[in-house]
Design a protein around this ligand. Structure first.
Ligand code: GUE
Length: 290
């Protein structure tokens, strides 16, 4: 059997076009253009690439992109002061401080200083709490993108057995909460899980977010399972996911590739969250499908 390849690039383009149409409608009624600011500290080349593609996607959706590039030796106090200024700036609807930050800066302290209602990354503890108890807020872009791909592939997720591999605050935990919200039976597996292949073999839905290249093999999967690969691992063979794509494709029903799967959806969801932030600020009704 050969799995269907889930085209995250196409899904991301469609979402970005939908947002662009909503942005035009928003501008027509409110006279305002939503704005996203990215803050990059230091010169990590991968981070610089991501920040540039976020800026491009923002402009393509008809929104304003602001970019702050700070030297690697920027003090924590200066970064916190910048965040405070951005919180108070009425032209800015979304604030993204690119991670990782240099080690002399306490990332949690910075993320907690962002106004939760401008936290389009969904990393602020208030937004993590809102997700946990089902209040409206911002959901982290990568798990939100994964949920959108799963709903498009499977329709109703209720009653499905889902296994999330990885327990990070940025992907694993919010992913598990989103799947629970869609009435899946959710298992979170991690480095201490006993007999991981056996746990994964029970799942109709597998989300791999561990950062170990090609870890998940075909014989770990229930035949026909839907596999979402969040891994972005740079290896000598280029960019690879956490799932052994060729091997898993012989057993899975559908699977996301790397690149071209979850990554583009992460950026599309950031654009979506930025528009939603502006809409909430202006009391503009958002299409609930978005
Ligand atoms: N505050 C913050 N928010 C983030 O959302 C955030 C961050 N910091 N730090 C870094 C990670 C990583 N991340 C990616 C976004 C898009 C792709 C993406 O589009 N990837 C392409 C390939 C791009 C390539 O070739 O490297 C793909 O998978 O097809 C990947 C990774 C967002 N992150």
């Amino acid at each position: 059997m050969s799995a269907r390849r889930i085209d995250g690039k196409a899904a991301a383009l469609a979402l970005r076009q939908q947002v662009a149409a909503e942005v035009a409608r928003f501008q027509g009624t409110t006279g305002r253009v939503p704005g996203l600011v990215t803050v990059l500290v230091g010169e990590d080349p991968a981070s610089a690439v991501y920040v540039r593609s976020k800026g491009r996607a923002t402009v393509e959706a008809g929104m304003q992109s602001f970019e702050h590039k700070l030297p690697a030796d920027t003090s924590e106090a200066d970064l916190l002061a910048l965040v405070e200024r951005l919180n108070a700036d009425p032209t800015i609807d979304g604030i993204l401080v690119q991670l990782p930050l240099p080690s002399h800066i306490d990332a949690n302290k910075v993320l907690t200083r962002i106004d939760p209602d401008k936290d389009v990354d969904g990393f602020h503890p208030v937004n993590a709490g809102r997700l946990a108890i089902g209040l409206p807020g911002f959901v982290a872009c990568t798990p939100l993108g994964c949920l959108k791909l799963l709903r498009a592939e499977l329709g109703d997720l209720s009653g499905k057995d889902a296994v999330v591999i990885g327990r990070s605050n940025i992907v694993g935990k919010p992913m598990a909460l989103l799947l629970l919200g869609d009435s899946c039976t959710v298992t979170i597996a991690h480095s201490r899980t006993r007999d991981l292949p056996a746990v994964v073999r029970r799942a109709d839905i597998v989300v791999a977010a561990v950062g170990r290249p090609n870890m998940v093999k075909g014989d770990w999967l229930k035949p026909g399972a839907t596999v979402i690969d969040v891994g972005i691992n740079r290896t000598d063979d280029g960019l690879v996911g956490d799932v052994d794509f060729a091997d898993a494709s012989t057993v899975a029903g559908a699977i996301t590739p790397v690149p071209g799967g979850v990554g583009p959806m992460t950026i599309a969801c950031l654009i979506r969250n930025t528009f939603v932030s502006a809409a909430r600020r202006e009391g503009f009704t958002v299409n609930p499908q978005l």
